[in-house]
Design a protein around this ligand. Structure first.
Ligand SMILES: [Zn+2]
Length: 433
C-alpha cells in the first residue's frame, strides 16, 4: 500500500528489519531458489561474507523477461557481514532499497509500465567493491572476475528477452563478455540512475525512461489499432547484423536512418504503422537548493572522464576532510550568483584535493603521481560532495586550489607526455603533526 499518496518519492520499503526478514523468508521460493544458490556460490568463491547481496524475491526471479544490469552494489544493498560498508543495508538488490538510485528505478519502472514480477535487477559486478567506508568505480579486473557469474546467471534465466544496461560499467562489462548469451536477446542502453546523473545530466531521466519503455514494449507488444495483431517496434538508425537478424525473426521493423520527429514507432505484420506516445517523464527531482537557476543547463555530459561509481561519495561515510570541504562548498555555491563558483576556503579544499590525490595515486618508482584518470578527476570529488547543474563552473575554483598546492610545494606539475599529471611531494616532516 502506497501510504505516501501523491508524494513523488518512492516508499522506503526497507525501512525496518521486519521488512527485510520478511523478504529473506522468501529466498527459497521456487522462482528464486536457483538465484539464491548462485549468490551462495559467488560468496563462497570469494571467501564468504555478505558482500554479494541477494536477488529480490519480489522480482520475476529466473522467469524474468527483463534483466536490468547496474554497476556494483551500493552500501544500502549489502547486508551485515565481514566485508561490508559501515552502514549496512537490506542485503538485497531491489528498487525497494533506501537509496536514491533505487527510488529512481522504482519510479521509472512504474512510469514505463514494467511490472516487478517480470524483471530482475542485478549488477555487472555482483559484490560490493568498497573498502568499508568508501566505494569506488569497478575496474577491468572486477569485470573479468565477474564474467563467469554473468554466464551462470544467463543460463538460469530461461525466459529472458531484454537486457537493460544502466550506465557505462554495465555496458563495458556486457561488451567485454565473451560467454554464451541468448541469441534473440534485445539489448537496451541508458545512463545509470544515480543521483549525480539525474541531477547533472538534464536528459538522463528521459533517456532511462525511454529505455525502460522500449523494454516494456518488447515484452508486452501493443496491438495494432487497425487489425489488432501484435505490433513490433520500428528501429531507426543504421542497422547492424543483430538488428537485421531480429528483423528477419519478425521481432522489429527496420525504419531507416532518417528520423523526422513524428515517425511511427510500431508496425504490424499486415504493414500498418502507428505512433505510440512514450510516457511523459515526471518532473525531475528538484536540484539542490544551492544551484542558482540563472545558469543554462549543460546540454550533455559526455566528458572524456570515466564516471565514478554512481553511488560514490553519496552512500559511503565521508572522511573528515570531505565533510569539512562539503561544508565549505555549500557555503561558496549559494554565495555565487553567476558563472564560476567563487574562490574561497582554499586551504580546506587543498586538504581535500591532497587526500583525494593520495587515495588515487599511482606509484612509479619511489614517487607518487596523480593523473585524475579513470573517474578520479578532481571534478568528481567536488561534484560528489556538492552537485551543481553545470560542473564546468568548478573550473576557476579548482584551478586556484591546484595552484595553491603547487606554490606551497605539495604538488609538482608533470606535463609530458600530455595532460596534467602531478607528482605528490613528500610532506616536510617538520610541518606534519
Ligand atoms: Zn495491423
Amino acid at each position: 500500500v502506497d501510504l505516501l499518496g501523491d508524494q513523488p518519492s518512492a516508499p522506503k520499503l526497507f525501512a525496518d528489519a521486519t521488512a527485510i526478514r520478511g523478504r529473506e523468508a522468501r529466498l527459497h521460493e521456487p522462482h528464486i531458489v536457483d538465484l539464491t544458490q548462485l549468490v551462495e556460490r559467488i560468496r563462497s568463491a570469494r571467501g564468504g561474507g555478505n558482500s554479494v547481496p541477494w536477488f529480490d524475491p519480489e522480482s520475476g526471479g529466473r522467469h524474468a523477461e527483463v534483466l536490468l544490469l547496474f554497476e556494483a552494489p551500493g552500501a544500502r544493498a549489502v547486508g551485515a557481514g565481514p566485508v561490508r560498508p559501515t552502514r549496512p543495508g537490506s542485503g538485497f538488490i531491489s528498487p525497494d532499497n533506501n537509496d536514491e538510485s533505487a527510488a529512481a528505478v522504482f519510479e521509472l519502472e512504474r512510469e514505463a509500465g514494467l511490472p516487478r514480477d517480470r524483471l530482475l535487477h542485478w549488477n555487472i559486478v555482483p559484490w560490493y567493491v568498497g573498502d568499508g567506508t568508501k566505494i569506488r568505480a569497478v575496474n577491468r579486473s572486477d569485470r573479468v572476475e565477474a564474467e563467469p557469474w554473468l554466464e551462470e546467471l544467463l543460463e538460469l534465466l530461461t525466459d529472458l528477452r531484454v537486457v537493460i544496461l544502466c550506465g557505462d560499467a554495465a555496458q563495458k562489462g556486457w561488451d567485454e563478455y565473451t560467454g554464451p548469451r541468448p541469441l534473440d536477446l534485445w539489448v537496451v542502453r541508458c545512463p545509470h540512475p544515480s543521483p549525480v546523473n539525474l541531477r547533472t545530466r538534464p536528459d538522463a531521466r528521459e533517456e532511462i525512461l525511454e529505455a525502460f519503455t522500449e523494454a516494456a514494449w518488447i515484452v508486452d507488444p501493443p496491438t495494432c489499432p487497425v487489425c489488432g495483431e501484435p505490433g513490433v517496434l520500428i528501429v531507426y538508425g543504421m542497422p547492424g547484423p543483430d538488428l537485421f537478424e531480429a528483423a528477419e525473426r519478425g521481432e522489429v521493423l527496420i525504419g531507416g536512418c532518417v528520423i523526422t520527429g513524428d515517425d511511427p514507432t510500431h508496425g504490424c505484420a499486415a504493414g500498418h504503422e502507428w505512433m505510440m506516445k512514450r510516457p511523459k517523464p515526471a518532473p525531475r527531482p528538484p536540484a539542490p537548493a544551492a544551484t542558482p537557476s540563472k545558469q543554462p543547463p549543460r546540454p550533455t555530459f559526455s566528458g572524456e572522464h570515466a564516471e565514478p561509481h554512481p553511488d560514490a561519495l553519496f552512500e559511503g561515510e565521508l572522511t573528515a576532510a570531505q565533510l569539512t570541504a562539503q561544508r565549505c562548498l555549500r557555503d561558496l555555491v549559494p554565495r555565487t550568483t553567476t558563472g564560476s563558483i567563487r574562490v574561497g576556503h582554499v586551504d580546506v579544499l587543498a586538504e581535500l584535493f591532497d587526500e583525494w590525490a593520495h587515495d588515487h595515486a599511482e606509484p612509479r618508482g619511489s614517487a607518487l603521481f596523480f593523473t585524475g584518470k579513470g573517474g578520479t578527476g578532481l571534478w568528481h570529488v567536488l561534484q560528489g560532495l556538492c552537485a551543481i547543474e553545470d560542473p564546468r563552473r568548478w573550473n576557476g575554483l579548482r584551478g586556484e586550489v591546484v595552484a595553491h598546492l603547487e606554490t606551497s610545494g605539495r604538488w609538482r606539475r608533470v606535463s609530458p607526455p600530455r595532460g596534467s599529471t602531478f607528482e605528490l611531494l613528500p610532506r616536510d616532516p617538520g610541518e606534519s603533526g
